[in-house]
Design a protein around this ligand. Sequence first.
Ligand code: ZN
Length: 227
Amino acid sequence: MEIIQGLHKIDGIRYVNSYLLVRENGIVVIDTGMPGNAERIVSYVENLGYKSSYIKTIILTHSDIDHSGSAKKLRELTGAKIAISDIDAPRVEGKMELKKLKGPFAPFLRAMFKLSKFQIFEPDVLLREGDQIEGLSVIRTPGHTDGSISLYSRGNLSMFVGDALWGDDKGEAKSPSSIVTADMEEAWKSIKKISAFECNIILPGHGNPIMPEATKKVKELLAKYPL
Ligand SMILES: [Zn+2]
């Protein structure tokens, strides 16, 4: 589904949003879904009329399996480079536990992640605050994971936020679920940080795009939960 020109949400990926940016010099994929979605992403791109090798870059907003699970396979199919924050990289490399969780649901979620057949991989590019990648500015937005990042496009006033924010059915902003968020206090600070950027559209990892007037909606959410 094309959200605005050149920006797609890939149809048929369950539980999570995987986005495409179609550029003159190649395609950028932002988040890949659970393991098993790489072929679906490739066929979406082919249906747009491009070869799979036109996918040049895969950017992961964070290490969680529902976002990173198909990155390795997609790289194998396309030759694209995988970029993730330096802080979440050890989790996909298998050097740290894939998901840091606390609270009553942690053991259950941990067991679920183990069953999901995550294949570890080495990223090609490590991202830090202020880096530029494919015309997007990297903004650290920790909380959901330590190394979560958001990606801001000044050109079309849009931001990919991973699970720093969720979208609801009406295109309003929601906070991420505390059950799957490593540090809720940090998460709220990150939402405040996001609200300082002018955005018409915010593309969350789950739920509908927050649009129009995304920044206003994030500020309204923050007003309900003062830090
Ligand atoms: Zn997620």
